[in-house]
Write a protein that binds this ligand. Structure first.
Ligand code: 1CP
Length: 348
């Protein structure tokens, strides 16, 4: 990587910078017309994820349009449950559907061993993209957290309340833990191979952190995120790769996220910046957390809100601008340009 353009890596190394790096969660996706055009060639979304040349093109689309400071592999968090034989497909308007969800403890015993090679298509995407991407732009690899993957696998689809998942962990706690161990090992092997294939940074998405109470969160999610980070830190191949954790509205105290072996905490929309700054005190880089809905507003409001957020983190050692959750399909792509310009003007 070019030393001059390492904004994103500098932030992960907790350096104060005049202009923070910016990327946005779900930056390649349905809000972009160029994405929708490519997407229309595939009936099943996962078939598109299994075509590395196409995924590489999709990674580059938002970089070409906005000159973001980081790129993220185009794939999905549900590749692991699919590789475990749970039969994931994406149904238009319904989201992911599992043909073999985990409904009984026996279903866990019957899960196929995770074969990391079965996700070769993701590693090929990483290799191709690393070759095509400007050397100055870091490439982010990712996985879901073990808990978030378990929630989809047990529920068998997305859901508002994930009631099946909640009753499964209450009625079969030991089995749930057994499943979370399997997922933790799979996430480690998967992320390790992404790193071997050229990704520079790892992000873990705990998108269903909000389902659990404070105590449950520590027991069913954070415990396994810690295990995963610990494994990554102990392996000579993965130990140097910076790590980011994004958790959606976790109920536990923010202090719990001052984790060893974590480089950066990704703040969900509802977190007050001043609170995060006071708690983390520079121990970790911070990423986030503009409410994606602001992008539905007028340009002047977007600018004003972005500048407010930037001024809060001005002296924080290691700040990465991002949204507080993924960008939604209803956003006008021009609004993202307004956001990026406001950030770049701030530091110049
Ligand atoms: O039909 C389509 O075009 C599918 C839309 C889509 C896209 C663009 C899905 C289905 N996945 C993705 C790509 C994706 N997913 C990326 C790479 C693109 C990028 O970020 O630039 C990433 C990082 C993800 C991660 C992901 N998938 C998360 C974590 C992020 C978050 O928003 O919290 C989650 C929860 C998923 C599951 C998923 N995949 C797709 C959908 C519609 C969903 C959500 C289902 C639900 O509401 O529960």
């Amino acid at each position: 990587m070019n030393e001059l353009d390492r904004n994103f890596i500098n932030a992960l190394n907790r350096k104060v910078q005049k202009t923070p790096p910016v990327w946005i969660m779900r930056q390649a996706g349905r809000y972009l017309p160029e994405y929708r055009k490519v997407r229309s060639n595939f009936k099943n979304f996962l078939d598109m994820c299994k075509t590395p040349e196409v995924c590489c093109e999709l990674v580059l689309q938002p970089i070409q349009r906005y000159d973001f400071d980081a790129a993220i592999i185009f794939s999905d968090i549900l590749t692991i449950p699919d590789a475990l034989g749970l039969g994931v497909s994406f149904v238009e308007g319904k989201g992911p559907i599992f043909s073999n969800p985990i409904r009984r403890p026996e279903d866990i015993s019957n899960i196929a061993d995770f074969n990391p090679e079965s996700l070769d298509y993701v590693y090929t995407t990483a290799e191709l993209t690393r070759k095509e991407l400007d050397t100055s732009i870091p490439l982010i690899g990712f996985s879901g957290s073990p808990w978030t993957l378990a929630a989809y696998s047990i529920e068998g689809s997305s859901s508002k309340n994930f009631d099946l998942t909640k009753s499964f962990i209450e009625n079969h706690s030991l089995d749930a833990h057994r499943f979370l161990e399997i997922l933790t090992d799979a996430c480690f092997e998967y992320l390790k191979r992404q790193i071997i294939s050229g990704v520079d940074v790892i992000q873990i998405f705990d998108s269903w952190a909000n389902l659990l109470s404070d105590q449950q969160y520590l027991e069913y999610s954070l415990k396994y995120i810690k295990k995963l980070l610990d494994k990554l830190s102990k392996d000579p191949i993965t130990c140097k790769t910076p790590t980011i954790l994004f958790a959606r509205e976790p109920k536990c105290n923010l202090n719990e996220f001052k984790l060893n072996n974590l480089s950066c905490y990704g703040m969900y929309t509802s977190i007050y910046p001043s609170n995060a700054i006071n708690i983390f005190e520079g121990s970790h880089a911070l990423q986030g957390n503009l409410d994606p809905k602001i992008l539905l507003d007028e340009d002047a409001i977007i600018k004003e809100t972005v500048l407010k957020l930037l001024s809060k983190f001005k002296n924080y050692p290691g700040y990465i601008f991002n949204l507080g959750h993924g960008i939604t399909p209803d956003i006008n792509p021009d609004k993202v340009k307004v956001l990026v310009d406001a950030i770049r003007e701030f530091g110049s």
